[in-house]
Ligand binder design. Structure first.
Ligand code: ARG
Length: 581
């Protein structure tokens, strides 16, 4: 309940800022305390006193303004001003119990969705010329979790896997593919099963043989001019590369399908038009023969203007050109309200530049938002970008294999008598969950250190802790499945029951915050706290051996909702649960 009041006050403060009553840059640490004397309500805040200086108004007057701007909540029965300007909150316990009661057995767990929006989510988006590596892990799983939560809240979500399937490096790859095929047999397909070494071998041929390099360049030209043979080769290559991606998605439990692939090449036909339209708006300049756009606000540290390059001197288009075409499509054809880009923070400048240019050029509707949901780097234990011992890129599949292997040792050591098949299945779930959760539970914009030991620990905010917590709650029902709860009442008497109830009631607002900010760690933190609230409740309040049937049934209801919320929450993170581990 403390958090509920806290969050109501945060919203109030925002509206006071919007009305100019409180300066917009004022950072308040809102304090909410439990009252000692219940005649002063359940909770109180000194916020009005804290604001009096910056707002230049007496505290009691501010207290009234706060109350006037407080969002309505069924859980707050009454609000009072006391003494010099304290605000006291009286909590309606019936309202809370009723809210929880309604959530039990509801498919949405009582979560009320806001007006649905069309949200385009650009995520995963690897380059098909190479194997997916750890750098693609973050985009893929953070994006997928936000997608799931957006859909759960009733939005129309359009996934866009904006794969890099175009560019000069394809000439080299196709030339190599052609060469291997000419040698007959299965060699090409065999080598394509490891894209990383295929790329390296092709690059080697390109560097050592002039004839090969000439052929590679010729293939690019033919590809771009729509030559059928060349396009067939290119489609075959992409198909194989994409099937590698989808193997990884399947292992990770990521919801992307082949239908969501809308790669760079999909915009080829519009690129010349992008140039024409920018030109018609008078935005283009020529710099070293290339067509570029200068925008006043983008300059390097020496104050020199930073252009967006639209078309190279040789006629080739660039990453930015494709992104401009993609924004136009997402606005005009997909009719998005929001477009979210889950892409490495190192591309922040690129997105600032193309977003601003798309607006200036009128390529996107004004009421459509463009949001770069940037993420930091996944580092190794040495604090540097994650590499293999020999310094190479870590393939995603190898990383997942190792996580599952380590989880298997862990599961076996905890359950020496468990049968082999079950050990393997639990290890698969725990291993994958650990990799995903370790990533999702961090604020996405910070760098983080990848550590198998930490992610597989049963202590702290980890996947094993939460999965285990879920099995404990769900386990209660193994011994209670003959108890009929159809007419059970939910009564919140004990403090720990109230605290757990309050946590459960926050699920909806947590999800709303998570999808607004594109930050799955908000949900992770919540689930961790929920598991903690449950374990304090379970310690203080016996469930199956409660004093009365009424108390037992009520506690079973609370346990039911906890289990369902944990399971649903984990599923929105793209994490499977286990009934036993
Ligand atoms: N293919 C790019 C990369 O691997 C990411 C693409 C992100 N999406 C976009 N619309 N630019 O870096």
């Amino acid at each position: 309940m403390k958090e509920l009041i806290q969050s109501l006050l945060e919203q109030t403060l925002e509206s006071l800022k919007a009305q100019g009553i409180v300066p917009a840059d004022f950072e308040a640490r809102i304090q909410v305390d439990r009252t000692k004397d219940k005649s002063h309500g359940d909770l109180a805040t000194n916020l009005a006193m804290m604001l009096t200086k910056v707002a230049g108004k007496p505290p009691r007057e501010l207290a009234q303004l706060i109350i006037d701007n407080l969002p309505a909540s069924a859980q707050v029965a009454k609000v009072d001003i006391a003494g010099p300007g304290f605000i006291n909150f009286f909590i309606d316990e019936n309202a809370l119990a009723n809210q929880l009661k309604a959530a039990i057995g509801d498919a949405m767990l009582g979560v009320k969705a806001a007006a649905p929006q069309t949200v385009v989510v650009d995520y995963s988006s690897p380059n098909l010329a190479k194997e997916m590596h750890v750098g693609h892990l973050r985009s893929t799983i953070i994006g997928d979790s936000v997608v799931r939560a957006l859909e759960f809240l009733g939005n129309n979500v359009i996934r866009q896997n904006h794969v890099g399937d175009w560019g000069t490096q394809f000439g080299m790859l196709l030339a190599y593919m052609e060469e291997l095929r000419a040698q007959g047999g299965d060699k090409a397909n065999l080598e394509l099963s490891d894209l990383e070494s295929f790329y390296r071998a092709a690059k080697l041929r390109f560097d050592e043989s002039d004839a090969f390099a000439t052929r590679a360049r010729a293939l690019v030209v033919e590809l771009q001019s729509g030559d059928e043979y060349c396009n067939k080769l290119w489609r075959e290559f992409n198909d194989i590369s994409l099937s590698h991606c989808h193997d990884v998605y399947a292992r990770l439990g990521v919801s992307l399908t082949r239908k969501d692939v809308h790669g760079e090449s999909a915009y080829n036909a519009d690129l010349a038009q992008v140039v024409t339209d920018l030109d018609a708006k008078g935005l283009l300049a020529i710099s070293d023969g290339a067509k570029v756009v200068f925008q006043e606000e983008f300059r390097n540290k020496d104050g020199e203007p930073l252009p967006v390059i639209i078309q190279k001197a040789d006629g080739g288009f660039l990453y930015a050109t494709t992104d401009l075409a993609a924004m136009r499509y997402r606005s005009g054809t997909l009719n998005a309200d929001r477009v979210l880009y889950f892409v490495d923070l190192r591309q922040a400048l690129h997105f600032q530049q193309v977003f601003s240019l798309a607006r200036t050029a009128g390529f996107v509707r004004e009421n459509m938002t463009l949001e770069h949901m940037g993420f930091g780097t996944m580092n190794g234990e040495d604090g540097r970008p994650f590499k293999t011992r020999s310094g190479g890129v870590v393939k995603l599949v190898d990383l997942l294999d190792e996580a599952v292997e380590r989880a298997e040792q862990l599961v076996r050591s905890k359950n020496p008598d468990m049968d082999e098949a079950e050990v393997k299945e639990i290890a698969r779930v725990v291993g994958i969950a650990s990799v995903k959760y370790a990533d999702l539970s961090k604020n996405r914009s910070s760098d983080y250190i990848f550590s198998f030991e930490q992610m597989l620990s049963f202590e702290g905010n980890t996947a094993p802790y939460l999965l285990y917590a879920y099995t404990r709650v769900a386990g209660i029902f193994k011994k209670a499945d003959n108890i009929d709860l159809a007419n059970a009442e939910l009564v919140l008497e004990h403090d720990k029951e109230k605290e757990l109830g309050n946590k459960l009631a926050q699920f909806g607002e947590i999800l709303a915050r998570m999808v607004d900010k594109g930050q799955p760690h908000i949900l992770c933190g919540y689930l961790y706290e929920l598991a903690g609230a449950f374990s304090s409740f379970y310690e203080a309040c016996p469930v199956l051996s409660a004093d009365s049937d009424v108390a037992r049934n009520s506690r079973l209801l609370l346990s039911r909702l906890t289990a369902d919320t944990l399971k649903q929450g984990l599923s929105l993170l793209g994490i499977e649960t286990l009934e036993r581990m």
